[in-house]
Design a protein around this ligand. Structure first.
Ligand SMILES: [Fe+2]
Ligand SMILES: [Fe+2]
Length: 331
């Protein structure tokens, strides 16, 4: 697929994607058709990290002082007076460091995701079309992680990714995929949907994604994630209504906690970035804690997941108070 074609697809608003997921929840034949379509697309429209990204093209090289990596004014931290007062090379390096951290978190998230999908698929019977699709998804996620890790390696910055507590939490999630797959797929949406939302918006706007390497990685990711999101949403629509009272209560309780924490981890600089560049508390306060534009953007990044959760009854009162408390539901 050409760069132009992938861009046209990636910049298409997600709302325009075919909404066969809703049908698939209620109707067995529509569910099988959805699985057949996304499995077929995984064969005809897929990418490989070391075939479809021209890593050694000089135009795709990473220069940490490249001003295209600097945070744009539309970024909450990029708009602060502290950031704007930094020398151009520091602005670029910090932007690259945040981007590389974002990619490393992608590798860590996808590692948990792949292990969970493999766990879940082992409980499926022979002949299950779900099994086939899940294996396509695992293969695609492995190619994404190869792309993200190669970017981190070439960035030249030291990147830890997730903080220790999040890594500990993530280590228990693959088992959850077998015991409580509905909660596992909420975690999947919490990792995939905000990233997809941000990548689509950035591809549409330009900004630092004008760097061809970042652009190519985002284009590939957005195309393949559309299938993963379709599967997760249809799965939840289909299975949450069948849950008993206890599991439904646990799901309603834990969903805002998972989504609220995941968006924060993905949209704010890591502790390592804060330390490395000496970002002052006042700048962080201005960019994140006291910034209405950031609160709105964070909330918007979960728009489709929130709409789904409302539809399947996960935001009912009194649980809606937790959503507000985590800043992911506006009154
Ligand atoms: Fe991915
Ligand atoms: Fe994915």
């Amino acid at each position: 697929m050409s760069l132009e074609a992938t861009h046209a697809f990636a910049s298409r608003p997600a709302e325009e994607l075919p909404d066969e997921e809703r049908l698939a929840a209620a109707d067995e034949r529509a569910w099988l058709e959805l699985l057949a379509r996304i499995s077929r697309q995984s064969v005809t429209k897929h990418f490989q990290a070391y075939v479809d990204v021209p890593w050694d093209d000089p135009d795709f090289a990473i220069d940490p002082t490249d001003p295209r990596f600097a945070l744009p004014e539309s970024d909450p931290l990029g708009a602060t007076a502290w950031y704007r007062a930094q020398p151009e090379a520091v602005r670029a390096r910090l932007g690259l460091h945040m981007l590389a951290t974002f990619m490393k978190i992608g590798v860590q998230f996808e590692s948990t995701l792949k292990r969970g999908l493999l766990e879940y698929s082992q409980r499926l019977p022979n002949g299950s079309p779900e099994f086939r699709y899940l294996y396509h998804e695992v293969i695609e996620e492995a190619q994404h992680s190869l792309m993200f890790q190669e970017f981190v390696n070439r960035s030249g910055v030291v990147v830890d990714g997730l903080p220790g507590y999040a890594r500990w939490f993530a280590s228990g999630l693959p088992r959850l995929a077998r015991r409580f797959p509905e909660l596992f797929f909420i975690f999947v949406l919490g990792g995939e949907d905000p990233i997809d939302h941000m990548q689509r918006a950035e591809l549409h706007r330009g900004d630092r994604w004008a760097h061809p390497l970042v652009r190519r990685i985002s284009q590939i990711h957005v195309i393949e994630e559309a299938r993963h999101l379709s599967f997760a949403r249809a799965y939840l629509r289909r299975n949450v209504p069948k849950l008993g009272l206890v599991k439904r209560h646990l799901l309603r309780l834990r969903t805002p906690l998972i989504l609220g924490n995941m968006t924060r981890l993905m949209m704010q600089p890591s502790a390592q970035v804060v330390r490395t560049y000496g970002i002052p508390k006042a700048a962080l306060q201005e960019a994140y804690r006291g910034n209405r534009a950031y609160a709105t953007a964070r909330c918007a990044s979960l728009g489709k997941t929130r709409a789904l959760c409302a539809e399947i009854g996960l935001i009912a009162w009194p649980y809606s108070g937790l959503w507000r408390g985590f800043g992911i539901l506006r009154s």
